[in-house]
Design a protein around this ligand. Sequence first.
Ligand SMILES: Nc1ncnc2c1ncn2[C@@H]1O[C@H](COP(=O)(O)OP(=O)(O)OP(=O)(O)O)[C@@H](O)[C@H]1O
Ligand SMILES: [Mg+2]
Length: 469
Amino acid sequence: MDNLKYTTVDATPVKSFFVDMLTRDIELDDAILDLLDNCVDGILRLRGESIGETPYEGFEAEIRFDKDSFLISDNCGGIPWSFHDYAFRMGKDSQERDNDLPTVGVYGIGMKRAIFKIGRQCLISTQHDQDQYEVEISPEWIADQANWSIPVHAAARRDRSEDGTTIVVDKLNENIAKHFTSDIENFTRELVRKIETHYAFIIAKGFKVTVNGNAVEPRPTKLIFVETNNGNKPVIRPFIYKTEVDDVKVYLTVGFTRPIPTQEEINDEQEEKRYSSMDAGWTVVCNDRAVLYCDRSELTGWGEAGVPRYHTQFIAISGIVEFQSNDASKLPTTTTKRGVDASSYLYLQVKNKMREGMAMFTNFTNKWKGRGDESKKFIDSGTPQPLDQTKVLAERLTMNPVHSGLRGEQFKPKLPMPKPEPTSRKRISFLKKLEEIQTVQRYLFGEEEVTASQVGEKSFDQMLREAQQ
Ligand SMILES: Nc1ncnc2c1ncn2[C@@H]1O[C@H](COP(=O)(O)OP(=O)(O)OP(=O)(O)O)[C@@H](O)[C@H]1O
Ligand SMILES: [Mg+2]
């Protein structure tokens, strides 16, 4: 009879899961980047595919924060009312994803997670065409476990003429308020740096981001490229590899950003007098957004099979690997979209190419070690080029098909290598007993007439061959 009590169990989620737990896995600056990602996704939905050199021109996001509140306001098309079914819900299913645009929104959580990370009260006002409405999240709503519907009001037309969204969060969480007050200088510097690096491609393609009134300048990785090459001499150019697998386009390039460092620079770097290392390493870009910036760990192949661990002597080496897909779930990134999914099979295969390319430049660096001045002239003869320009220049190069591992095509530069130093010589001379010399002579030459020094030399050569095996 007792079995009757086993009916069903309640599996409704608890709000604190979203509000307190999910938000722990993401840093504040990354949560803010999630909001920027939504702006760019908005532009793509509005515009269709990102075509041309500056597809984001005319679009902007303004970020402001102070001791009381956080605001992000954009002109990126707004949230159509027809999206309300999933836009404000925690999570979305696969049918609700864009499958024909290179957007990055996958999970349907970014906006909500960012809001809960920042504070307990939020007003989202949005305008899309004829739709103008406001969605309000309050501390009472957060506390009420039973109520999962959020009130919506019709709103007045925006002050800004274009369609867009404004999110204002107040009742800031205690630790967040600290970032916006006593720690504001530090926090702003780090946030701006994150945007200028992670959004370098998007800003360079016309998007404008301001943080407390200041426009953020892009900080793209530029690789040295020698354009003209008379007579096919070895010159400095990046390694390039590209392919398309399962609807994901991959473009990889690695090379030098600057001359290899002198010993003095290496010492300064180690004593933290300079920070050039911050711009060395691999940047992984998914649909224009950098999900990893200048990584120097095993995640990007450093210290693995044929590649040394990162060391300041490799300050000059940087690489970019770009993944582009209209199905964001195929991109090798984590749910926070600020990291690489190291278990992705595609990424692991591409990583082999990353290592192959990188090894050419660590090898160059090692070969020229201590002769930095000589190698500098090769690097100085090229121009640092951002990725889009590298792509244009690469059109003129002959790419070779790749037959093993992940297929595709690649360009392997012929890098200038130092001439081997003339080997120095030294005389060996020694005295030995005559009978001993004759014994060795018979052993090596039989009855042939030779000099004692020929005996000595042949003994040495034979020993050398053995030692070299
Ligand atoms: N600034 C914005 N402009 C236009 N649409 C937006 C904006 N912010 C959010 N949206 C809409 O709200 C939806 C939910 O955003 P949210 O960031 O929570 O999830 P997502 O972007 O779909 O997925 P992910 O969790 O991967 O970010 C988006 O899919 C988009 O339709
Ligand atoms: Mg999102």
